[in-house]
Design a protein around this ligand. Structure first.
Ligand code: R2B
Ligand code: URA
Length: 310
């Protein structure tokens, strides 16, 4: 039963490496990770990825390339002379992936289905590469509920557009519900790394995951809109009353699939606007670019701390 609590020994070997909860994979001579343009037959995945400890995901290829460069500076990682950072998944033409020492920086596209496919293949990649206790981060963008643009939100819980605390997916003609759950300790540790000197707030709260940017998030400015501004505001206020502080499009799938795999994960997003004040993303490009670095700074602090502790 997928709603049961996941036990440690079901999802991990004693040495911390990721166990797959799918007996079919072991029986295959090779596993093609199609959307990553990688495979267990064509690549030495242990050699390429065995040292990965952190998997950081975000929507766009450029943000994840920037994050890889940022982390290279932060942890003082040097590439061999004459070489440069490469997109490992360039021939997938789907996702981009960069590796900086123990850090993988991967783009996930927009929405549940896109991050879902990526998570299946990345979790299998962790298994094939024998990675030990990997931690997954999503560093994203979102709309805030009563929060100024540029606020960092760490998700405590993920709910869908009906406020359900599960990710619901039709499998073989049945609806399967997978509970959404983030690691409480990881959330606390991340929150503690917010510096009072940061010129912006870092808050925690429930994240609503929508399957659409426009009607699914109660916007008035999509190609269609069959509700009034009053109805929109009532909906957003009811979200706020239920502890929802931001809206994005991947939190339920991200938390449910990492939880299912027994992988610690956190979703950290920066708000691009306050949805109680409007729908259009109006901040200038330079401002948006500066805001998008904020979740990266927090995750960077966590990773640096972790590596220094070792
Ligand atoms: C935030 O931003 C994207 C939509 O603009 C989506 O991927 C998300 O979760
Ligand atoms: N991403 C979303 O999904 N919603 C917003 O309002 C902003 C970014």
């Amino acid at each position: 039963n997928s709603e049961e609590n996941i036990k440690d020994d079901e999802v991990r070997y004693p040495d911390g490496s990721v166990k797959l909860r799918n007996p079919n994979i072991e029986l295959m001579d090779q596993d093609i990770l199609y959307h990553l343009a990688l495979g267990s037959g064509s690549h030495d995945l242990v050699e390429m990825f065995g040292d990965v400890k952190f998997v950081c995901m975000g929507g766009t290829p450029k943000r994840m390339e920037n994050f890889a460069h940022f982390m290279m500076k932060e942890i003082g990682h040097k590439l061999p002379t004459g070489t440069q950072l490469m997109d490992i998944c360039q021939y997938s033409y789907r996702y981009s992936m960069y590796k900086v020492g123990p850090i993988l920086s991967v783009s996930h596209g927009m929405g549940g289905p896109s991050i879902g496919i990526l998570l299946h293949e990345i979790i299998k990649l962790m298994y094939h590469a024998k990675c030990k206790d990997p931690i997954f981060f999503r560093i994203g963008t979102c709309g805030g509920i009563g929060l100024d643009g540029g606020t960092v939100v760490i998700s405590e819980d993920a709910v869908d557009g009906m406020l359900n605390r599960y990710y619901q997916v039709p499998i073989l003609g049945r609806i399967v519900k997978r509970p959404t759950r983030f690691d409480k300790k990881l959330i606390k540790e991340l929150k503690a790394l917010a510096d009072p000197e940061d010129p912006y707030d870092t808050v925690t709260g429930t994240t609503m995951c929508a399957d659409d940017f426009y009607e699914g998030q109660g916007r008035l400015d999509g190609a269609f809109c069959d509700y009034t501004e009053t109805e929109k505001m009532q909906f957003l206020e009811s979200l706020s009353a239920n502890g929802v502080r931001n809206i994005e499009m991947e939190a339920t799938v991200f938390s449910a699939l990492t939880n299912q795999a027994g992988i610690k994960a956190a979703d950290i997003c920066v708000t691009l606007l306050d949805r109680l004040k409007g729908d259009q993303v109006m901040a200038p490009k330079e401002v948006l670019n500066e805001w998008q670095v904020r979740p990266q700074i927090l995750v960077g602090r966590y990773i640096k701390r972790y590596l220094q502790m070792k």
